[in-house]
Design a protein around this ligand. Structure first.
Ligand SMILES: Nc1nc2c(ncn2[C@@H]2O[C@H](COP(=O)(O)OP(=O)(O)OP(=O)(O)O)[C@@H](O)[C@H]2O)c(=O)[nH]1
Length: 490
């Protein structure tokens, strides 16, 4: 449809150009000869696309058809062509020999044909290529030895093949389409045919298992041929051909050979395939990067989770390492470490610092009387009382020093205030009742030793003094607070 429209416009343009040009390329005698001919019987090759062929509506088409139309219309020849359609080229040749056909459109000049036809100079040159099935291994005509090679009956290319390569097992077929099918289906191994025609039929029949493995060495030089007793017609056709411009020829060749519909379809298919391939690759890349991102995200999540768990474990381990299991307060190591820091800070900044050493009185009796478990409850109760008071005042830290012995650090608390704190602790513990048996309540007491920073004593010295003071409290009758002074050590 598009091609017809293009062809129509194209020919119309050249007709107008010819008329404007206004010069007659024919002699009066040639014009007269044309006028005298009632008809010129013209027999194209019926299946020789894109050179010449009949389409599905039996319309004559192809390169040669366009050449004829241009020659006829551009120079207003009034060629009275009667286009005759024969089933194959063999018949076309036979009819020419019998003079029932006056002109051929695209024929190779051979000695035999020259006995009854005259030829113009060639206007189409087409190489004959060797076409095989995709799985064929080898290249060039030499690779065909021992293979079944088909050619088109009465085609010069076939005659060339027989003459030049007698060692080949050749077989003639009526047309290219038949030959290509035979090769494609395995009935023959190779076909020698025009590349342009082969492409046309390969596309048309979807024979995708075929490939070209080289040139045959033969090239068609296609010419118009007229019966040898019609010299004026040969001259007319040659003049017509000679008057076609190089640009017109290029346009026709490009249209039928490079830009023909089948090639376009092929390109479109290629582009679609490439586009699909690019699309597929793009989708795969997106999926791949999505999977990578997801994997990275999961990895990051797991890593964060692991770090969190690790931190939690470390925190728990640290707590375990610094906590007394029975009372939940600081253990000896933790309270001593904390003491060093608090003490140093107060010493450096000139702040007061006090330390209390606390021991539960007569605790052995509790254990002995009520059992170890009740003893534990008593220890916990005393610690809780002390801890509640410190936390209410928002001062100090308590740590278990060993057994039923505790240390309380009181940073920024001087001796006077520390004494009041120690007294409060003692009084509260004394009032705290602990149920030891069904109807027995126990009231514990504590003895407290107090020492405060005065000069530049070390913390160990302070602690030692507080301990001495605590023993002094014990010695003085228990349930009391004793402040360290020189005489204790003495
Ligand atoms: N239930 C229990 N008893 C403990 C624990 N640690 C130490 N004890 C006991 O505490 C008792 C301390 O006894 P002593 O050192 O004689 O002192 P005390 O009986 O409190 O007498 P004074 O300190 O002189 O008032 C011992 O019987 C230890 O076995 C503990 O964690 N739980």
């Amino acid at each position: 449809m598009t091609r017809s429209l293009f062809g129509g416009l194209y020919l119309l343009l050249f007709s107008v150009a010819g008329m404007l040009y206004g010069q007659d390329i024919l002699t009066p005698e040639e014009r007269q000869w044309l006028a005298d001919q009632p008809v010129i019987r013209f027999a194209p090759a019926p299946n020789y696309p894109p050179v010449e062929f009949f389409n599905e509506n039996n319309e004559y088409q192809g390169i040669t058809a366009d050449f004829i139309q241009i020659i006829d219309q551009q120079f207003d020849l009034g060629l009275k062509l009667e286009i005759v359609q024969f089933p194959d080229w063999t018949t076309v040749v036979a009819e020419g020999r019998a003079r029932r056909v006056d002109m051929w459109g695209a024929a190779e000049k051979t000695a035999e044909r020259s006995e009854y036809m005259q030829f113009t100079r060639p206007y189409i040159r087409l190489p004959a290529v060797i076409i095989v099935r995709s799985e064929f291994v080898g290249e060039g005509i030499e690779a065909l030895e021992g293979k079944k090679v088909v050619g088109i009956q009465n085609y010069a290319s076939y005659e060339h093949l027989q003459e030049k390569y007698p060692q080949l097992d050749t077989l003639a077929v009526p047309d290219i389409e038949t030959g290509l099918r035979m090769v494609s289906y395995g009935a023959a191994d190779a076909i020698v045919a025009s590349n342009a025609a082969a492409i046309y039929y390969i596309e048309k029949n979807g024979l995708t298992n075929l490939k070209v493995v080289g040139e045959s060495g033969f090239e068609w030089s296609l010419r118009f041929a007229v019966r040898d007793d019609w010299a004026p017609l040969l001259s007319i056709m040659q003049k017509g051909l000679d008057s076609i411009t190089a640009q017109q020829k290029r346009d026709i060749y490009r249209y039928w050979i490079n830009l023909d519909a089948s090639n376009n379809r092929s390109s479109t298919k290629d582009y679609l395939f490439i586009a699909a391939l690019v699309g597929l690759v793009a989708i795969l890349l997106v999926l791949f990067s999505w999977a990578l991102r997801k994997r990275a995200r999961l990895k990051m999540q797991r890593l964060t989770q692991r770090i969190e768990e690790q931190k939690k474990i470390e925190k728990e381990l640290k707590k375990l390492a610094t906590t007394d299991a029975l009372t939940g307060t600081y253990n000896r190591r933790a309270i001593l470490e904390m003491a060093q820091i608090d003490y140093q800070k107060c010493l450096d900044e000139g702040l007061p610092f006090s330390v209390l050493m606390i021991d539960i009185d007569n605790f052995k009796q509790v254990n002995d009387q009520y059992g170890h478990e009740i003893g534990d409850r008593v220890i916990r109760a005393v610690v809780n009382v002390c801890r509640d008071i410190l936390s209410a005042k928002n001062i100090g830290h308590i740590g278990r020093f060993g057994g039923e012995e505790f240390v309380i650090l009181l940073p920024m608390i001087d001796q006077e205030e520390a004494y009041l704190v120690a007294e409060q602790l003692r009084e509260c513990v004394e009032k705290e009742s602990i149920q030891c048996a069904e109807n027995a309540l126990h009231f514990s007491t504590i003895s407290v030793g107090l020492e405060s920073l005065k000069h530049a004593e070390t913390f160990d010295e302070l602690l030692h003094n507080a301990d001495l003071a605590m023993y002094q409290a014990k010695n003085a009758g228990r349930n009391r607070v004793a402040i360290w002074h020189e005489s204790i050590s003495g």
